[in-house]
Write a protein that binds this ligand. Structure first.
Ligand code: E4P
Length: 220
């Protein structure tokens, strides 16, 4: 299973990469806005820090504008993945950008049939948003199961299911159990996944007992 960082804090991304946890990064216009920096600079810096795909989203809403912005973003680095919304123009842009071998992440997906359309348009990744469905009282996780089931029926589909809008460790556990290809998580959720109070307590006890021996492992 691949893990992407959903965020644009380069320091946090590098810290997680040092643990070998980072296969890519996703951003969106809201995430970039929070940095207060130019999208080109932020994406270039992230692309340098990470080997895998780094999603950078277009903000035009018409096909020509999206293709133009997509090509511009793709020139920032070879691992840029252009993110387009799941609209008719977004799918046209996806199809055009894929013909030029540019990686495309189709975002804001809320139904399995939208996901099937994105796969037909050649999307590299489809991003179903779990948390935002939960927010309106729908079972977001069902969407991941439905998309995986539909895609699994057709071996010719190569689009990867990128579970997005994951807000807590239980979301991650559930998408891993279902078998999503990728989960994108905020840095905070990575840290929650690593931490366990019994690990911390156990380590404290081990170190206390070790100290009482007066030994050190390396003696010379
Ligand atoms: C993913 O690509 C999105 O940027 C992100 O997961 C959205 O998450 P949110 O619904 O918590 O904003």
């Amino acid at each position: 299973m691949k893990f992407f960082v959903d965020g644009a804090n380069v320091k946090e991304i590098k810290e997680l990469a040092e643990m070998g946890l980072v296969d890519g990064v996703t951003t969106n216009p809201s995430i970039i806005a929070k940095t207060g920096r130019k999208i080109k600079d932020v994406i270039a810096e992230i692309c340098e820090a990470v080997d895998g795909p780094v999603s950078a989203e277009v903000t035009a809403t018409d096909v020509e504008g999206m293709v133009r912005e997509g090509k511009y973003l793709a020139k920032i680095a070879s691992n840029v993945c252009v993110k387009v919304p799941l609209t008719e123009d977004g799918l046209k842009a996806c199809y055009r950008l894929r013909q030029e071998n540019i990686l495309v992440n189709v975002t804001l997906c809320f139904s399995s049939m939208q996901a099937l359309m994105a796969a037909k348009a050649g999307a590299t990744f489809i991003s179903p948003f779990i948390g935002r469905l939960d927010d309106i009282g729908q079972e977001g996780m069902t969407l991941i199961s439905e998309i995986c089931q539909v895609y699994d029926n057709y071996p010719e589909i190569t689009t990867q299911v990128l579970a997005a809008s994951l807000r807590h460790p239980l979301h991650v556990k559930q998408v891993a159990e279902i078998g999503a290809d990728v989960a994108t998580l905020p840095a905070k959720v990575f840290k929650q996944l690593v931490k366990h109070p019994l690990t911390d307590n156990g380590l404290d006890a081990f170190l206390k007992d070790w100290q009482s021996t007066g030994q050190s492992i390396i003696e010379d």
